[in-house]
Design a protein around this ligand. Structure first.
Ligand code: NAD
Ligand code: TYD
Length: 347
């Protein structure tokens, strides 16, 4: 079976590629990635020479390149993760998000449809999406699979749009698909523009920790390897035409999470208790900042038997250890263009 994974050089994608390459020697796993600032083949060093793994450098918005790869390799399954993924960047450059997340998804859907529309048996298009499509919760309630879409950022609006196109291809062309909407991930290989890896990097370097607004925004955090396990399960056992919400049952306000991170980092770095907390700096809020996300993951738990395998404290410790053991990775991704991004976002 030829399986295409898009965005496999990124944070979540690299964990999905590794899991599938190691677990399914009988599949040919193709990792298609444009290697944007967020894509990094260093993430896959350990499996790059596996005989069931092939890397394809291509842009999902390049219709010609995508069509020719689909006709060459006849992918029977697609697990689509490639995207522009950072909310702050979507505020600065919304069009880039529309292009990759909407148009790029459509190019893939079209290539898949053109290849298999008379022979859907055993085929599947699995679209990886986010809980952010549902918008913002108040103090109570959880997102379920039937919560209506109400995206507030250009990122979440572009993901919502791509979800709709996947569903539309299912309804209109009979394409077998699955969609999952997951909460905030954290773990190794996370690009240090998102909260947890950015703050780990800043603590290591004794730099200010920029907390947006009052810090009382709430996110539901899931360890990335548990997301990869859920993706493996939903790809193989999920029902066609279904959506699965994936979450950590693990809500934290940003400020509480940051304080926990500071305490764990002080310990690991042998710093005086309270040293890292002194780096906390409240800064101007993000426009359109969603107050709270929280996932009800009952459906995937009941139907597919999935639940998170690590506690938040275990996951955070593993994550911190990974960054401390992989300073070269961190230095490589924070040199060059990262410096300019950081200046324009935080100065
Ligand atoms: P990421 O930014 O770390 O990685 C994205 C990958 O896509 C990179 O390797 C990049 O090079 C590639 N890419 C970007 N544009 C491309 C293009 N035009 N053509 C080909 N490749 C391209 O993102 P991530 O955090 O790993 O997220 C992966 C997916 O999971 C995304 O679809 C995202 O919306 C979704 N998601 C992420 C989270 C999270 O917390 N990070 C939560 C839920 C869902
Ligand atoms: P982020 O990691 O960007 O994920 P998302 O916006 O997709 O949930 O941000 C997580 C939370 O942390 C969010 O409420 C915004 C906040 N945040 C900060 O307070 N400071 C920062 O520098 C960043 C990047 C995020």
């Amino acid at each position: 079976m030829n399986i295409l994974i898009t965005g496999g050089a990124g944070f979540i994608g690299s964990h999905v590629v590794r899991q599938l390459v190691n677990k399914y020697p009988n599949y040919n796993i193709f990792n298609l990635d444009a290697l944007t600032y967020a894509g990094n083949l260093e993430n896959l060093k350990d499996i790059e020479s596996a005989t069931n793994y092939t890397f394809l450098k291509a842009d999902i918005t390049d219709e010609q390149a995508i069509n020719s790869l689909f006709s060459k390799y006849k992918f029977e399954g697609v697990i689509h993760l490639a995207a522009e993924s950072h909310v702050d960047r979507s505020i600065k450059e919304p069009l880039a998000f529309a292009k990759t997340n909407i148009l790029g998804t459509m190019v893939l859907l079209n290539a898949f449809k053109n290849l298999w529309q008379n022979n859907w048996e055993g085929k599947r298009f699995y679209h990886i999406s986010t809980d952010e499509v549902y918008g913002s919760l108040g103090a109570t309630g959880l997102f379920t699979e039937t919560t209506s879409y109400n995206p507030n950022s250009p990122y979440s609006a572009s993901k919502a749009s791509s979800d709709h196109f996947v569903r539309a291809y299912g309804e209109t062309f009979g394409m077998p698909y699955v969609i999952s909407n997951c909460s905030n991930n954290y773990g190794p290989n996370h690009f240090p523009e998102k909260l947890i890896p950015l703050f780990i990097n800043n603590i290591i370097n004794n730099k200010a920790l920029p907390v947006y607004g009052d810090g009382l925004f709430t996110r539901d955090w899931l360890y990335v390897i548990d997301h990869a396990r859920a993706i493996d399960l939903a790809f193989h056992k999920g029902k066609n035409g279904e959506t699965y919400n994936i979450g950590g049952f693990n809500e934290w306000t940003n400020i509480d999470l940051i304080k926990l991170l500071c305490t764990l980092m002080d310990d690991k770095l042998g710093r005086e208790k309270g040293a890292s907390e002194k780096l906390i700096t409240y800064v101007k809020d993000r426009p359109g900042h969603d107050l709270r996300y929280a996932i009800d993951a009952t459906k995937i738990n009941k139907e597919l038997g999935w639940s998170p395998s690590v506690t938040f404290k275990e996951g955070l410790e593993k994550t911190i250890n990974w960054y401390l053991d992989n300073k070269e990775w961190l230095n490589n991704v924070t040199s060059g263009n990262y410096k300019e991004y950081y200046k324009s976002q935080y100065n």
